[in-house]
Design a protein around this ligand. Structure first.
Ligand code: URA
Ligand code: SF4
Length: 214
């Protein structure tokens, strides 16, 4: 048997079915230390078997809050994402938000659970879930938030710093625009850095809306 999620992914391309099934995934070891799997969702929380989705936003993996609440981008990074989507006039009901890896990888630091970047093996193992989401949601455009999502779809040589905001093509997936990860923006060392990053992020989101108008 291959060491990935494929044997756990149901054939049905229906979001609620996939979302239930991901809780039973043992495609890699990350389920062991996580509270639950966090599947993608429409930001409105709307359930629909055939959603009409313009953008699929792909982050890295659930964080501490997401792991506890079972929903993507509900912690500090999610708050920033929400604000920026609003500012960019992106209709949130048309945005499906998910992660490259569905279980939280962390290491303890005192009482805190500190985010640990998923390994290539885990990213690869979790890919069948992302593929199932893409087949179900069929977005017109993918927006990759940060290097993990971007490199998993565009290859390990892809550099956000060089190519953010530009439409990328990869075989078998919708067009992709990569941009900064909201968590990276929150980690900026100075206020000036953070403001600059937010500007870049908003400009990349604007590129996304421009693309969708075509
Ligand atoms: N960071 C991510 O990449 N995804 C989340 O869901 C939350 C924080
Ligand atoms: Fe399955 Fe992905 Fe969770 Fe690993 S991280 S157990 S592949 S859902």
């Amino acid at each position: 048997m291959r060491e990935d999620a494929s044997s756990f992914v149901p054939k049905d391309r229906i979001l609620p079915v996939l979302r239930d099934a991901v809780q039973h995934c043992r495609g890699c070891d990350l389920y062991r230390n996580a509270t639950q799997a966090v599947f993608g969702e429409l930001e409105t929380g709307a359930e629909s078997t055939k959603p009409s989705v313009a953008i699929m936003m792909i982050g890295e993996q659930p964080g501490d809050q997401e792991d506890k609440q079972g929903r993507p981008f509900v912690g500090p990074a999610g708050k920033l994402l929400d604000r920026c989507l609003q500012e960019a006039n992106i209709d949130r009901s048309k945005v499906y938000v998910t992660n490259t890896v569905k279980h939280f990888r962390w290491e303890p630091r005192g009482k805190l659970r500190i985010h640990k970047k998923p390994s290539m093996k885990e990213i690869h193992a979790c890919r069948p879930w992302l593929d199932a989401e893409l087949e179900t949601v069929r977005p017109k455009l993918i927006v990759c938030l940060g290097a993990v999502a971007a490199q998993s779809l565009l290859g390990s040589k892809f550099k956000i710093t060089q190519s953010h905001g530009k439409v990328q093509r990869a075989e078998g997936v919708p067009p992709i625009i990569a941009t900064l990860h909201p968590s990276a923006i929150l980690r900026a060392r100075t206020d000036e850095d953070r403001e600059r990053d937010i500007k870049i992020f908003l400009e990349d989101l604007r590129q996304a809306t421009e693309f969708l108008k075509k």
